[in-house]
Design a protein around this ligand. Sequence first.
Ligand SMILES: C[S@@+](CC[C@H](N)C(=O)[O-])C[C@H]1O[C@@H](n2cnc3c(N)ncnc32)[C@H](O)[C@@H]1O
Length: 176
Amino acid sequence: MSDEKQQQAKSKKDDWQTPEWLWKTIDRNDEIDLDPCPGVDTEIGNHNIDPRHHDGLDYPWEGTVFVNPPYSEKADWLEKVVEETKRNTVDTIYVITPDSTDVGSWWHKWIAPHASHTIFFEHRVKFVKPETGEQAGNPPGGTALHIFGKVPHRVIEAFQNGERGVDVVTRASRFD
Ligand SMILES: C[S@@+](CC[C@H](N)C(=O)[O-])C[C@H]1O[C@@H](n2cnc3c(N)ncnc32)[C@H](O)[C@@H]1O
């Protein structure tokens, strides 16, 4: 693949949206306050800040936050997640990444030492193409959902008991 085509493929995947079943499992009672990288036409987050004028990496986050970062910039977003988790106006930050735990550069630095809880899905999570609203095909690898900060019992139970069977791994949990 040419460099230009590789760049196009990468930037397209950077925009892929979270499937509704996944974020709605968390947001059953409208809990998500902020999606700092919302993209266009997403319904996630009650108090989002316009990404056309504000870089989600540049302002302080608050409340319950949901982050499905552009995967080609994961490290920057994960560094921000860890920094924001320490802020006492932040309760919980949910973060989606590939489940590639062998990748030393970001997993070992930002997730293993800092995430309270990780959920590994037992199936491939199919994301949504923003330009058509259609489901994209099977991604090449699995997906993990990490919880930083307080871990709400309800959300863990919802994923455990849901139709979408998941494997849940608790690390150093701080349950609320
Ligand atoms: C993987 S998509 C996720 C979209 C949506 N949050 C979701 O979960 O469905 C990442 C989005 O982040 C946006 N984005 C990239 N860099 C950003 C930045 N610095 N600030 C705000 N948004 C950004 C992109 O435009 C893209 O729509």
